[in-house]
Design a protein around this ligand. Structure first.
Ligand code: C2G
Length: 126
């Protein structure tokens, strides 16, 4: 049972997110998503259109996601990896090398970001 973990805001879920979740899930058998809380979004200087509860509900409807947990700070990843026994930590490569320190606890993989799509772009163009 290979367990994969990833983190993000996943606001206004789009095919770039799905592409990431799909590839992350394909690396193992079980995918945990650390979903940024509304308070943590403020720390990340990110305004999200949907609340945490709404973003959680939408993510839980995604076939690639097995568990959604709250991400409320930058420091929790190590603890989460140990607590949820994650074998692989995955992020889009806009985060390349930013989480290499986690390779002490599990495999760290950065996946290619899907070009030309973002929540900001959607908001601007709608
Ligand atoms: N992503 C992607 N392609 C896009 C947009 C996003 O692959 N076109 C990926 C990002 O690289 C990230 C995930 O989808 O791995 C979630 O994206 P965001 O919600 O923007 O996540 P972010 O705000 O970067 O939060 O502690 C980590 C942070 O919570 C990451």
């Amino acid at each position: 049972m290979k367990r994969v973990i990833t983190y993000g805001t996943f606001d206004v879920l789009h095919y770039g997110h799905i592409n990431l979740l799909k590839r992350a899930k394909a690396l193992g058998d079980y995918l945990i998503v650390g979903l940024s809380t509304d308070d943590f979004n403020k720390i990340k200087n990110k305004e999200s259109y949907y609340t945490y509860i709404q973003r959680k509900m939408i993510l839980e409807a995604c076939r690639y996601v097995d568990l959604v947990i709250p991400e409320s700070n930058w420091e929790q990843k190590k603890k989460d990896i140990i607590k949820y026994e994650a074998d692989i930590f995955v992020m889009g490569d806009d985060w390349k090398n930013k989480f290499d320190f986690l390779s002490k606890y599990c495999e760290v993989i950065y996946l290619k970001r899907t070009p030309d799509i973002s929540t900001t772009k959607i908001k601007q163009e709608l």
